[in-house]
Design a protein around this ligand. Structure first.
Ligand SMILES: *[C@@H]1O[C@H](CO)[C@@H](O)[C@H](O)[C@H]1NC(C)=O
Ligand SMILES: *[C@@H]1O[C@H](CO)[C@@H](O)[C@H](O)[C@H]1NC(C)=O
Length: 340
């Protein structure tokens, strides 16, 4: 790990111990200080308001609550509030004509804030803009991460477990863009958990089998696991993924069935075989309700599904598994061994 990595992983600790209150609270800016105050942070949300104006009073509580959450995580983001009654210059300069107006300031440019104006949406928006290496995932954010189209590795820690926090910060840079790393901090008093902390949960939207992490939470184990996680064990073959499979030239084992339930069942059945051949073979399901013709072209009898067929892109040959026998891990394992 380089110096930057060390710095990043130590930063939260230092900030907690040294400057707990100076970070990310709701900042009151004036015309002169606005630029300096917003550029002191990687991302800022500026709210332009009038005092004693109900819509502005209403949003203030949400801003404070979002600022508090940001502060807890020590992210380089701030919430800035400007009173356009007393600070007309800056509000005129930025063409503020209604109140409250919310603007995102990021990397020197100002853009509109379009989301809902509750604390959670505001917080989420800032975090997204910040795109941190490790996402804080308390409350509703866990649901957000599950809806992303890349795998997520979520580590649950005890609030004061700085070592595990550092550990995930240390491996996260290698997986930026391919895996979302998230952290959920549990306060044992307020929210006791049933499992022993720390533990890891995995979400893989493109995988037809459930991926679980049950190793010890240490850097090497997590790193190895994340390497393997970045590719699905059993993916999906469809028009959006077909090219990737074909271009890889790695033989592809298709699991063909009409329903999602059947495809997942067979995928789970052959999970051990897929694990064993991870790297030398690809495994993917094919929805024969939609792409039955493709299964037919591969040589399967589509009236006798579920079925399994292997396509060797290099040898331009396909090998359907005997459809008279029920699919089992042993059958598939033996079939693969006879071919490759
Ligand atoms: C926060 O971001 C600003 C602007 O990018 C940068 O100048 C500053 O060094 C950052 N602070 C920390 C503690 O990373
Ligand atoms: C910030 O802006 C500069 C100049 O416009 C650009 O070169 C740089 O890539 C930007 N950085 C990020 C993180 O967007």
């Amino acid at each position: 790990m380089g110096q930057v990595g060390t710095l990043i992983s130590l930063l939260p600790l230092l900030l907690v111990t040294l400057t707990p209150k100076a970070w990310s609270k709701l900042i009151e800016a004036n015309s002169d200080s606005f630029n300096a105050q917003s550029s002191a942070y990687a991302v800022s949300l500026a709210t332009f308001c009038l005092s004693n104006y109900k819509p502005c009073d209403d949003i203030r509580g949400e801003l404070k609550s979002a600022a508090e959450t940001l502060q807890n995580y020590n992210y380089n983001a701030s919430l800035i509030s400007i009173d356009c009654g007393s600070q007309a210059d800056i509000c005129r300069e930025l063409d503020i004509i209604s109140y409250p107006t919310l603007r995102i300031i990021s990397n020197g440019s100002i853009s509109r804030y379009r989301g809902s104006r509750d604390s959670q949406s505001i917080f989420s928006r800032l975090i997204k803009e910040l795109n941190p290496l490790v996402w804080p995932l308390e409350d509703g954010y866990l649901e957000d991460i599950k809806s992303l189209s890349i795998p997520a590795l979520v580590i649950h820690v005890e609030e004061n477990d700085h070592l595990t926090r550092q550990l995930i910060q240390a491996i996260a840079p290698d997986f930026r863009g391919s895996i979302v790393m998230g952290i959920v901090a549990h306060s044992m008093q307020d929210d006791p958990v049933e499992r022993d902390l720390p533990f890891v949960d995995v979400y893989h939207p493109m995988d037809e089998v459930t991926r679980t992490f049950d190793g010890p939470v240490d850097q090497k184990t997590l790193d190895d696991f994340a390497q393997r996680l970045s590719r699905p064990l059993v993916g999906r073959f469809d028009p959006t993924t077909s090219e990737t499979y074909e271009k890889s030239k790695v033989p592809l084992v298709y699991i063909c069935a009409d329903t999602d339930r059947e495809r997942k069942e067979v995928a789970e059945l052959v999970r051990s075989v897929a694990t064993k051949n991870h790297g030398s073979l690809h495994f993917a399901t094919l929805d024969t309700q939609r792409y039955g013709f493709h299964a037919y072209q591969l040589g399967l009898d589509i009236d006798k599904l579920p079925g399994l067929v292997i396509q060797d892109f290099l040898g331009k040959a396909t090998f359907p598994l005997d459809q008279e026998e029920p699919i089992t891990a042993e059958l598939v394992d033996g079939f693969i061994s006879s071919l490759f």
